[in-house]
Design a protein around this ligand. Structure first.
Ligand code: XUL
Ligand code: CO
Length: 437
């Protein structure tokens, strides 16, 4: 046992002061017609939770993630599997997400790395069968190794492109072997630093080519799930090609990938793009591409990807509002989040997930109330009511001409002001629902 002092985390309700209990996440509680756990398929991110020890560019690791084994060995890889499954079981988390290099130490020779991946995935599969825990999505890390300094699909080197292809192929094999629901492309270094050395069109075509090849191969080995793009505007590259949901959706349509791909929206990436989390969820949803969510939050005072555990209930509420309106996600809620560096104990790992799961459970409860309350929906409906009849209805149905509209305007004279947006009133409605007890 890796966490002998941590019990299975119970639900104790909002009044509880037990740090190792859920206050809001009650998996079987019915909200908006189904149990919370069905609305919120939570996933553990292998890389942060089992691999990252809190190092940053100014200091080394503070948390010990050795789990009793020597790092860089297959014993360590297995110890992480044991720790991860114990962790998920204790929290009632039913899914995990992984990169290839999170689950084994990468060898110099890809054939050896792949052998290690076969071995560890057999072991993971055993644990999955034992526990009923499932794989949400897999991905290939094509950004850490120096060979990917200029990107993977976007690299200037055809040899590096082939290496990336080999990693994608293997990561797809693993995702299928583990029954993953999705496969993610986060284009870590698919971007550029300066146009003085970059052919943007060439690079974007090559990224699309890698994705097209992945779809073809994935479908040929029986992968029926969704491919995802995870947009991010910057970091590590100054300009990343998948800036935000709108950009990524345009890209997918341009290259005929839109039937196979959806979005994996990460809160902190959306805010780095100058949007709200809710904005990128809405853009994905209205395009039929709301796939999965990387559940975290950023820090509005810092301009980078801090990957904090979600705490801001306004944001989780507006996220769940979008998710409920969209009829749910096809993927899940992956905690792509890490403890703050000074929160370095095993207990902190549990506190972090309890915080995140409670924040989303609360968001779900409040979002369902907002929808049930109906004042926001009613207001929006009335706001556009001038399009219900007459000339407005003709505009909507496309049965008009510019000449007809101009004649209408001339006849009418100056239009009345379009009606108050009532933002402050609506914000007070949200507060009323959030804090009404
Ligand atoms: C990096 C990030 C990644 C992806 C998977 O910002 O979010 O961890 O989620 O590669
Ligand atoms: Co992410």
């Amino acid at each position: 046992m890796n966490f002998p002092n941590i019990p299975v985390i119970p639900y104790e309700g909002p009044g509880s002061t037990n740090p190792l209990a859920f206050k809001f996440y009650n998996p079987d509680r019915i909200v908006a017609g189904k149990p919370m756990k069905e609305h919120l398929p939570f996933a553990m991110a292998w890389w942060h939770n089992l691999c990252a020890g809190g190092s940053d560019m100014f200091g080394r690791e503070t948390a010990d993630k050795s789990f009793g084994a020597e790092k860089g060995t297959m014993e360590h890889a297995k110890a992480k599997v044991d720790a991860g499954f114990e962790f998920m079981q204790k929290l009632g988390i039913e899914y995990f997400c992984f990169h290839d290099v999170d689950i084994v130490p990468e060898a110099d020779d890809i054939k050896e790395t792949n052998r290690r991946l076969d071995e560890i995935s057999d072991y993971i599969l055993e644990k999955m069968k034992e526990t009923g825990i499932k794989c949400l999505w897999g991905t290939a890390n094509m950004f850490s190794n120096p060979r990917f300094m200029n990107g993977a699909g976007s690299t200037n080197s055809a040899d590096v492109f082939c290496f990336a292809a080999a990693q994608v192929k293997k990561a797809l094999d693993l995702t299928v072997k583990l029954g993953g629901k999705g496969y993610v492309f986060w284009g870590g270094r698919e971007g550029y630093e300066t146009l003085l050395n970059t052919d943007v069109k060439f690079e974007q075509e090559n990224i699309a080519r890698l994705m097209q090849l992945a779809v073809k191969y994935g479908r040929s080995i029986g992968f029926t799930g969704d491919f995802y793009i995870e947009p991010k505007p910057k970091e590590p590259m100054k300009h990343q090609y998948d800036f935000d949901a709108a950009t990524a959706i345009g890209f997918l349509r341009q290259y005929g990938l839109d039937k196979d791909f959806k979005m994996n929206i990460e809160a902190n990436h959306a805010t780095l793009a100058g949007h709200t989390f809710q904005h990128d969820l809405r853009i994905s949803a209205i395009n039929g591409m709301l796939g999965s969510i990387d559940a975290n939050q950023g820090d509005y005072l810092l301009g980078w990807d801090t990957d904090e555990f979600p705490f801001n209930v306004y944001e989780t509420t507006m996220c769940m509002y979008e998710v409920l309106k969209a009829g749910g996600v096809t993927g899940g809620f992956n905690f792509d989040a890490k403890n703050r560096r000074p929160s370095y104990t095993a207990e902190d790992m549990f506190h972090a997930y309890i915080l995140g799961m409670d924040a989303f459970a609360l968001g779900l409860i409040k979002a369902a109330k907002l929808i049930e309350d109906g004042r926001i929906d009613k207001f929006i409906e009335e706001r556009y009511s001038s399009y219900k009849n007459g000339i407005g209805a003709k505009i909507r149905s496309g049965e008009t001409t510019l000449e007809e509209l101009a004649a209408y305007a001339e006849e009418m004279g100056a239009p009345e002001l379009p009606g108050s947006g009532r933002q402050e009133y609506l914000e007070s409605v949200v507060n009323g629902v959030l804090f009404a007890g």
